[in-house]
Design a binder for this molecule. Structure first.
Ligand SMILES: Nc1ncnc2c1ncn2[C@@H]1O[C@H](COP(=O)(O)OP(=O)(O)OP(=O)(O)O)[C@@H](O)[C@H]1O
Ligand SMILES: [Mg+2]
Length: 279
């Protein structure tokens, strides 16, 4: 058991306006390493998650405060960036590091589309001056993209979406850029483990995949025609998105020494090719 002196007093409220913690660091015997991520090794201390701070953490801290002030209460409250750590509210529930069969329920597809739309709308007023990001911007800049909306960054309770986490990849960009990645993971455009054209349609047939894309896009647009993207737009953007992601992942694998990420880059390239089957 590790004991730390209590040096800081923080008061913050959860999404139901309950006071969560008044002191941190607390006695850290309740410290738990959170597994499942690839980039970071967050630690949970009671109702708080501590991640290694990055150059973008101050900006992300302000961004989370900005969207929560605009009613997006299903992202974690950002508590502080200090002493090399970014601390955030822990959202109780289940994060799917391996999808279950219920991950593909239509209700979840609708929840993700609507929440992504609400997140994007809330970010349009975020002041960009002085902001720093870990990823490059994707032109045209319309919103702040989350850039990694996927079951492994979504918190579920009772098979419904209750939270979105992991904002380290946020960067200004185009709505469709973010929609493309969320659709890749949640429709899914290509199932995570698919390596061949046959495996691509193991979960849903080609016509079902296209129907699910249409549904996702229409739930995102919510009747706003200029925001109703086409299936062709979505597939083309996802191809660009996966190419950019595989290049970035290859570079990051070398820089960080995390060579297992090269396998992820290979899969992104393969999936980019498989997407031609949906055209
Ligand atoms: N605020 C939170 N509420 C609930 N669970 C969390 C929270 N933050 C992190 N976790 C848990 O810790 C895991 C890793 O956290 P996170 O996704 O932030 O790290 P990462 O290493 O940056 O992930 P990735 O590989 O997706 O980039 C999450 O998948 C989730 O299970
Ligand atoms: Mg994550």
């Amino acid at each position: 058991m590790l004991h730390l002196r209590v040096e800081t007093t923080w008061r913050y409220r959860d999404t139901h306006d309950r006071l969560l913690h008044t002191q941190y660091p607390m006695e850290i015997d309740r410290r738990t390493r959170l597994t499942g991520g690839n980039m970071n090794e967050p630690v949970r201390i009671g109702n708080i998650v501590a991640k290694d701070a990055t150059d973008a953490s101050e900006t992300i801290h302000r961004l989370l405060q900005h969207v929560r002030d605009r009613g997006i209460d299903w992202v974690p409250a950002s508590i502080a960036v200090e002493t090399g750590k970014h601390t955030l509210e822990f959202i109780p529930g289940e994060v799917l590091h391996r999808p279950s069969e219920w991950t593909w329920n239509q209700g979840i597809l609708r929840d993700i589309a609507r929440k992504l739309r609400a997140w994007h709308d809330a970010t349009t007023t975020f002041p960009l001056e002085g902001a720093r990001w870990n990823l490059p911007c994707s032109e045209p800049i319309e919103v702040i993209c989350h850039n990694d909306v996927a079951p492994y960054n979504t918190v579920f309770r009772d098979r419904t979406v209750v939270g979105l986490i992991d904002f380290d990849t946020c960067a200004p960009g185009a709505r469709i850029w973010d929609i493309a990645y969320a659709a890749y993971r949640f429709v899914p455009l290509v199932p995570e483990t698919a390596q061949t054209a046959e495996e691509m349609f193991a979960l849903f047939s080609k016509s079902q995949v296209r129907e699910r894309i249409e549904f996702f896009l229409s739930e995102y647009a919510m009747g706003n025609e200029p925001l109703r993207y086409s299936v062709v737009d979505l597939v083309c953007t996802t191809k660009h998105r996966l190419t950019a992601l595989s290049d970035w992942t290859d570079r990051f694998a070398v820089e960080s020494g995390k060579s297992k990420l090269q396998e992820h880059a290979r899969v992104y390239r393969l999936h980019e090719q498989l997407l031609d089957r949906l055209k």
